[in-house]
Design a protein around this ligand. Structure first.
Ligand SMILES: Cc1cc2nc3c(=O)[nH]c(=O)nc-3n(C[C@H](O)[C@H](O)[C@H](O)COP(=O)(O)OP(=O)(O)OC[C@H]3O[C@@H](n4cnc5c(N)ncnc54)[C@H](O)[C@@H]3O)c2cc1C
Length: 465
């Protein structure tokens, strides 16, 4: 850990948190609650409001949490905190936009309660790069050639962008005849129905009516809810290889069945266990939860790859479930014929007038007003700060090429297979390769507490009287 030497209130140690989404806020909250000596905490986040990021920057009340309120507390030691804040049942699935407000409230309280020598700032900037400083710490490179020297950096930049929907769509996206009919980053577009491609807006002033989506997971569920909720004549067709929608949460029906992990248990065994439980598999997910990261870590790359290839989609629809009321709404749209699921892959994308035409490997030809990439986020750093650190040799990739390699359990970023930085940490989706299940709040808040403990004992110990 960086030695910070003697500090004065005008020259306090500096902590930079890069990214002010859920993970950045959770770690800021934990640092504020622990800091005792002088400390400047800066969160670099280009968005005007903290705590939103990709998941919670939605004002659509149809976009609800996929974890019940009782498990969404920001504070590991007060598991009921979010439910109490919201005044809801522990089993309620609340709008995600409310969750961002909750995080901001917890952050504001932590700022108010922090000792006077602890300062918090939101710096509305993107960090372009980091340079290691001789003697410890980093220089953060910001836009307009602005530079900032800091003692410790916590990377909380989340996923880097959408996953690839396959060669046929990637190719069409770069072609001038189709590019304007394809929405690649539905998170950035957020409100896809309102963001009609230019030609479609001319054909239909209210925006696209008939959407086609690639991928039928939780990203698709969000898009369907917004689009179908907007106008009764709107329709959406989702295409995926397996044709599965996520399962719905069923609530607790009984004690989780016993599950014991040994040092030989590998990722594929988790699927065998769940399948063996028949219709009790939902309780099995709870039994597995405390073991998933350990099992992932002790599995070989070959076992992980086999699990992803053979059972990745199956795992995803069973592990990442949707709220029961959302599932009910989807079922009724399906029965009305407004939502359809097509099984297959996309083999060709072309244009006919103002419409996009998709041909599947099963030979179906589907046309719509726009094509959405709903394949979810890509774990491989491709263009943001994490990718930049990899290119410059300041970090290594995580297992499977996902996220960054980190030392465990400290979460310090590895600069080589054998050495980790002493003052650079990563949290949340950035450690996907190392921990696999690391993107939901219950996991991120535990990581936040762990990093904050280390950072505060190094940078902000109690000042001697
Ligand atoms: C649609 C969706 C729904 C989800 N629902 C739930 C749920 O119900 N319950 C649950 O527990 N989990 C849920 N999750 C998972 C989870 O909470 C998220 O993955 C979480 O958003 C991760 O937070 P993050 O801060 O790491 O990343 P992000 O939310 O992506 O935030 C990263 C932030 O970093 C900023 N940033 C990026 N690069 C830079 C840079 N170079 N400089 C400065 N800032 C930068 C970005 O602007 C962004 O605001 C959901 C995820 C998604 C995508």
């Amino acid at each position: 850990m960086t030695s910070v030497g003697t500090t004065t209130p005008s020259n306090p140690p500096r902590l930079l948190i890069v990214g002010g989404g859920a993970a950045g806020c959770l770690v800021a909250i934990q640092v504020l609650r622990r800091a005792r000596g002088p400390l400047l905490i800066e969160v670099a986040e280009p968005r005007p409001r903290l705590a939103e990021g990709v998941a919670y920057a939605t004002g659509d009340p149809a976009h609800v949490l996929n974890v019940p309120a009782g498990r969404m507390s920001a504070l590991p030691e007060q598991p009921d905190d979010f439910r109490r804040w919201a005044g809801s049942d522990a089993s309620a699935f609340l709008p995600r936009g409310r969750y961002a407000q909750y995080l901001r409230d917890v952050l504001a309280q932590a700022i108010a309660d922090a000792p006077p020598q602890v300062t918090f700032r939101h710096r509305q900037d993107r960090v372009l790069s980091l340079r290691a400083r001789t003697g410890g710490g980093f220089t953060a490179v910001l836009p307009h050639r602005f530079r900032r020297d800091v003692d410790v950096v916590i990377l909380a930049t989340g996923y880097d962008g959408p996953g690839s929907p396959g060669d046929a769509v990637d190719d069409a996206r770069s072609r001038p005849d189709c590019g304007d009919l394809i929405v690649d980053d539905v998170w950035a577009a957020r409100d896809t129905s309102a963001r009609a491609p230019s030609t479609t807006s001319q054909a239909s002033p209210e925006g696209p009516r008939e959407l086609i989506a690639i991928g039928t997971g939780l990203t698709f569920v969000d898009q369907a809810a917004t689009h179908l909720g907007r106008a009764p004549e709107n329709t959406i067709i989702g295409i995926s290889r397996h044709g599965w929608l996520p399962h719905a949460h069923r609530g607790h029906h009984g004690e989780p069945p016993p599950f014991t992990a040994t040092s030989d248990t590998e990722v594929g065994d988790m699927v065998t266990f769940l399948r063996g439980l028949g219709d009790k598999w939902q309780d099995g997910v709870d039994a597995l939860r405390p073991h998933i990261q350990t099992i992932w870590r002790q599995s070989t790359d070959e076992q992980r790859q086999r699990f992803l290839t053979e059972n990745g989609a199956w795992w995803s629809v069973h592990r990442h479930r949707m709220a029961p009321e959302v599932a009910e709404r989807l079922r009724s749209w399906q029965s009305e014929g407004r939502l359809q699921i097509v099984r297959g892959a996309v083999s060709e994308v072309s244009r006919s007038g103002s419409r996009v035409v998709v041909t599947t490997t099963g030979g179906q030809v589907i046309s719509g007003d726009a094509l959405l990439n709903c394949t979810g986020r890509d774990g491989r750093p491709r263009r943001g700060l994490a990718a930049e650190l990899l290119t410059r040799g300041l970090a290594t990739s995580g297992p499977m090429g996902w996220g960054l390699g980190v030392d465990l359990p400290s979460l310090r970023v590895r600069r080589s297979a054998t050495e980790a930085h002493t003052s650079l940490y990563a949290i949340g989706p950035l450690v996907l390769g190392e921990l696999f299940e690391t993107t939901a709040i219950p996991e991120i808040r535990a990581q936040a507490a762990l990093i904050a403990e280390a950072v505060c004992s190094a940078l902000s110990p109690v000042t001697p009287a």
